[in-house]
Design a protein around this ligand. Structure first.
Ligand code: FAD
Length: 116
């Protein structure tokens, strides 16, 4: 069946956004400058202001009050996004992801060559 070119619904938007965010974290520098760390923190806060699912954005802003982004390395940022995504997974009744595998999933690829 041919893919329909429809506007995104919120699960599709979420799925695409997580792909982007985890990939961005996976390619973030291992030793970011102070300016890069500062910009990444701002980026995350700005995203929570403009994320176009308003209920999700409101949860996101609430979460940021107690879970400050950790931006001092690629590994730390990837772990932070993974744990953030897991808090959303738990809220939605979805399975938690094993964060020790986040770079395998989003940068290096699974050893068996599968994608998900
Ligand atoms: P997704 O959760 O979109 O995950 C995509 C893929 O990421 C998975 O297939 C898996 O391989 C991988 N993955 C899963 N967990 C992790 C993890 N912890 N770390 C790394 N990789 C992982 N939906 C709501 O209904 N209410 C909300 O409040 C809400 N808030 C959101 C806030 C943000 C910032 C974002 C980006 C999305 C939010 N969503 C929310 C959408 C929701 O998280 C899912 O994206 C959506 O339900 C589609 O789920 P999915 O099953 O396609 O998998």
């Amino acid at each position: 069946r041919e893919e329909k070119q429809c506007p995104l619904d919120s699960p599709m938007l979420g799925n695409n956004t997580w792909s982007f965010l985890h990939t961005m974290a996976a390619y973030y520098p291992e030793k970011p400058s102070a300016e890069q760390q500062n910009k990444m923190e701002k980026f995350i806060h700005l995203l929570s202001d403009f994320y176009p699912c308003h209920k999700c954005a409101s949860h996101f802003r609430e979460d940021l009050k107690t879970n400050k982004p950790v931006t001092n390395s690629n590994t730390a940022l990837s772990k932070w996004f993974c744990e953030f995504h897991n808090r959303v997974n738990v809220r939605l009744g979805k399975a938690e992801f094993d964060c020790s595998k986040v770079l395998e999933r989003w940068r290096d690829g699974w050893a068996d060559g599968t994608c998900d």
